[in-house]
Design a protein. Sequence first.
Length: 234
Amino acid sequence: MQHSPASAAYKVLVVDDDPDIVELLEYNLRKEGYEVATAADGRKALEIAPQFEPDIVLLDVMMPHLDGIAACRELRALPRFKDTYILFLTARSEEFSEVAAFDAGADDYLSKPIKPRALMSRLAAVVRRDREPAAPLSDVIDINGLRIDRTGFAVYQDGRKISLPKKEFELLAFLAAAPHKVFGRDELLQNIWGNDVFVLARTVDVHVRKVREKVGEHHIQTIKGVGYKFNADQ
């Protein structure tokens, strides 16, 4: 998430076809100092987002015209929304819906009924992490044919740049920083997503699959029943 000065209000786009929920969220967000825009469906959200340029998108799943999963995919396909924080708010709590949301590019997933105080705490944590300076890291990792630029958020293979969304990049860089060390899913969730985001362990599997599709199958090895490690041998 790229943002202007810390004194500026963070922009939140609320996308839901239930006017009561929109009103509840808009009231609580404005009270906390956020700038808010709203949309009643995914198609309208895609029209509003380029002009409003939200830092955070709260997105319902089941909506007319264009559902939240499809809207999320279309937002992520636009470079300006690659790092925008997208949180799904939905009455659908089945595991397959959650996996589909993360597969589409979601950062978080919260089941309805919405508890405004819990949601505001979650968003405050997002803003706090965004404003905290990043810890110093080694600038570049060269390993197994990959060049991982941790400050530039860029990956290169044989001189060809590979584009990865932020969480996929962080997952690859984290594993590559400790080649051959096996990390369990819970440990990866803790280090990549943190304590303030509540996601399924399956989310790690989805992100590993997407990284493999882009950088090659052999870089990340599955250790059955344990987790994943970066393979530096091939």
